[in-house]
Design a protein around this ligand. Structure first.
Ligand SMILES: [Zn+2]
Ligand SMILES: [Zn+2]
Length: 274
């Protein structure tokens, strides 16, 4: 059992500030029920430290058949059902698939380079990724490489970052990027654009919405490449959530108003990059 229940109330509060988000919140409530009560598959066999050491990333797509995705496929069938119930458009072809067919969908989607733009597969794999990240976190070899490198994309799966978190570690402000696909978090420069590496202060800016619901989140934008990344400034939050209490998929939904403002101003999210 995973404790996702608290996020329901959080999203419900967000709906009060941003009434148009009702449908999305409704869908997420269904997903939260699934995440709170489903089993994971061990994705460790898919990783290759050699690949990361060679300047690439951990995930080795060639190893996809080393995982059977038995539990993920059960989760997939439940996710498809929730999408059908909530009337999510564009996903009708997934209605009624068996878990065996779901395994094929998972493997196929997993091996696509643009996998990070497939939110359905992300919802299905979310718990297994969480458990994988717990295993990877304690690995000194990996941590060592992460400390040396400046990864603009996820060191685990090579997807762009979906959001950033600014925390204070040992009295020093540190920015972490959080992968928009697998949820892995890694330290990154506080001044560079994760997309184009521009670090001229005059080209970087940030903006916030009007709503008190955003809990200290702002969109940090780059005028060199016209991208932005939604960023949670932990010390500005009014609730007591810390680094490990944040679920970035939930934060992403809770800060939809920032995406709307960014898009009106002509900016694209970093995670929309291929
Ligand atoms: Zn990732
Ligand atoms: Zn940029």
């Amino acid at each position: 059992m995973n404790n996702f229940e608290g996020y329901k109330k959080y999203l419900e509060e967000m709906t009060r500030c941003f009434p148009n988000s009702g449908e999305m919140v409704n869908l997420y409530n269904g997903l939260i029920d699934i995440w709170g009560n489903s089993k994971t598959d061990d994705l460790l066999p898919l990783l290759s430290i050699e690949k990361l050491s060679n300047g690439l990333y951990l995930l080795d797509e060639n190893k996809i058949n080393q995982v059977e995705f038995t539990n993920c496929s059960e989760t997939a069938v439940r996710v498809f059902e929730v999408m059908r119930e909530k009337g999510l458009k564009g996903t009708e072809s997934l209605n009624g698939l068996t878990s065996q067919q779901a395994v094929e969908v998972i493997k196929m989607s997993f091996n696509r380079e643009d996998r990070h733009q497939n939110v359905v597969i992300k919802w299905i794999l979310k718990l297994s990724f969480m458990s994988l990240i717990e295993k990877v976190k304690g690995d000194n070899a990996i941590t060592g490489i992460l400390e040396q490198g400046r990864f603009g994309k996820c060191p685990l799966c090579h997807a762009p970052p979906g959001m950033a978190i600014v925390d204070v570690v040992n009295n020093i402000e540190q920015r972490f990027l959080s992968c928009c696909f697998c949820g892995f978090r890694w330290p990154f420069s506080g001044t560079d654009c994760p997309n184009c590496r521009n670090n001229k202060p005059e080209k970087m800016s940030f903006f916030a919405g009007n709503s008190a619901c955003e809990q200290g989140s702002k969109a940090v934008s780059c005028d060199e490449c016209k991208r932005y990344i939604k960023t949670v400034f932990l010390k500005k939050r009014k609730d007591s959530r810390g680094f490990n209490d944040l679920d970035m998929d939930i934060e992403d939904v809770a800060t939809i108003p920032l995406d709307i403002i960014a898009s009106e101003r002509g900016y694209t999210a970093v995670c929309q990059t291929r």
